[in-house]
Write a protein that binds this ligand. Sequence first.
Ligand SMILES: [Zn+2]
Length: 477
Amino acid sequence: MTFEGHVQITIEALESTSKIYLNVANLTIKEDSVIIEPVDEETPNPGIQDWEVLDDLQLMRINLQNSAIRGGIYLIRISFKGIISPSDQDHGLFWDQYPQHNEMRYVMGSQLQPVYARRVFPCFDEPTYKATFSVTIVRKMHMTSLACGDLIKSELREDGCIADSFHTTPIMSTYLLAFAIVDYPHLQIISHKGYKIRVWARADVIHAAEYAMTIAAPLVEWLDDYTGIQNPVTKIDKVAFPTWGGAMENWGLVLYSENLLLWDPTWFETDQQLLISNVVTHELTHYWFGNLVSCRWWDELWLNEGFASYFESMALQDPLGWPGSEIVLNSRLVPMMGVDEMNTSTPVRPHIPTPWHAEDAFSTSTYGKGAFMLRMIHQVLGPTSFQKALRKYLNDYAFSTTVSNDLWAVFNQVAVEDNILGPGGLPVNFTELFTPWIDQSGYPLLKMHRDYETFRVTYAQERYNSSDLSLPPSTYE
Ligand SMILES: [Zn+2]
């Protein structure tokens, strides 16, 4: 399947340049459709000399006739065609299907994380290039289209299709955009604080969307209270896809596979209900950790995923009443330790030299070990200082991106302010303590040797390897 698109990008030239590079992958750019023009009459039009797509680099290079001037603001317009892939190749736009009344129904979704927005439209496709996005989707009359923003208006076109226009998004990264076209019914709830939560699923299973909708309201309000920040996106659509696999925190349009969103007590055991609670919590946490404040590059992905994974336990426990910390210990810590002791384990902050390596960042370390580092920090700082630090982090970096040092600096500052002392009686230095934790794989085993003749105790630290031990690691209090 294919689609047609048109993009209009507003850019400011930070310095004079005769070349503009945009990310493009698997798109066919229409001849003569590439146009640049200044937004005001005083700025000269640089004109386009020619353009080419550098497939190997997933870039499009626009060569200008005259240089764009420093400080000049320009519009670039491009028309293009792209591919809607089957749902098992979830890169860019994908189509999914399900049988109903003896016929096959087709729906569409998207997966742009980490580097697939460039398959949907030409753009600056790295998390640090945040922008606002105004989206219009053209659909058949009997379908519903969804985007990150709320619907503004629907217009009937001459060809009988409907053009839906959506509210402009907050400043955000391209990987968090989403597009969906479905023929689903939905359930809706509006929380006390005004978050509009809708869950969309095919008609045969829409009743099973009730649970995910019901828990989302107290969860999002808990996150709002805990962070002290009303999320800039108060519209939360969740859409269940029949065969597509995954869950993705797109800002305003979270997409799930059915088995991670729908729950019916006659289908599943409580385990599945817990899994759905976990996943819904995880994706909502990203609205603050990941969407409002994003990792600067994919090597720092743990700043998104560590928080979302850790909050699975915190948010589950408080508003939903699950034994959150116990669950997360069993479901995350034990499997994570098993993976991390292997020689193939990658560090929490892996080396991601190019966009083609971005998928490598999604590892057990990024999620699980990142979460347990935050758990250690939570225990060292205590609940009040931890919350204070997270509020400061979110406020300082809202609509921006961060690296680990930004987070450590916030924890360091709170340790000084709140007199949280470490060894030597000095305020805890998180940069020093945790940089080895994020850059090395494996985790330490402490060995204690007691010598009864000299009355000396010797401690040694080495990389943990379960095959060297006769006993599993224990916790002593
Ligand atoms: Zn996540």
